[in-house]
Write a protein that binds this ligand. Structure first.
Ligand code: ZN
Length: 182
């Protein structure tokens, strides 16, 4: 199979096929040394570009080296990745014509607040390379954060009101006391 790396309209460099690829074949393996997630986090904390691919339960990542690491993300991809016995294969989702750029959906899931905006240009582009599950998780986390902030504010406000009320109540009861005394 003829694959070549050249500049891409999606992002930086991309991987293109020079020959026709049939549907459902193993196009290329995502190769690279296996490192732990902790190692990857430490090693690439300040790297703007990483080629990490989480495998298994995500505790191990492949630090991409080789052709497959150049394959760009698309929300309407012509490939997908499949893990077989600890190896990751890029498989064709449909027949791919010579000259086409290979893409798969990155479905990013571990990005903190990294910018993962998508520029794939697909009609169904979801504007981010995060997976739908990850977007949902991030939204939930944001909502929880917002809710916690509102709760904290409410508690603070309640404490202030309580203090004020306490003061007023005290003066009112004082007044009442005075009134009864009179
Ligand atoms: Zn997209």
């Amino acid at each position: 199979m003829g694959l070549m790396i050249r500049s891409s309209s999606i992002h930086a460099a991309g991987c293109y096929t020079t020959s026709r690829i049939a549907k459902g074949v193993q196009v290329v393996e995502y190769t690279g040394p296996r490192i732990t997630k902790q190692e990857a986090d430490a090693r690439f904390r300040n790297s703007p570009t990483t080629y990490l691919f989480g495998i298994g339960d995500g505790s191990t990542v492949i630090d991409g080296h080789g052709t497959a690491m150049y394959i760009n993300h698309s929300c309407d991809p012509n490939c997908e990745t499949e893990e077989l016995d600890g190896r990751v294969w890029v498989m064709s989702l449909r027949a791919i014509a010579p000259g086409e750029e290979l893409t798969y959906d990155y479905n990013l899931y571990d990005g903190d607040e990294d910018d993962a905006r998508c520029h794939c240009g697909a009609r169904n582009c979801r504007q981010t390379m995060y997976s739908s599950e990850e977007i949902a998780r991030q939204k939930k986390a944001l909502k929880q954060k917002a809710r916690r902030a509102v709760e904290a504010k409410r508690r603070k406000a309640a404490a202030v009101t309580q203090a004020k009320k306490g003061g007023k109540a005290a003066s009112r009861s004082n007044a009442r006391k005075k009134a009864t005394r009179r």
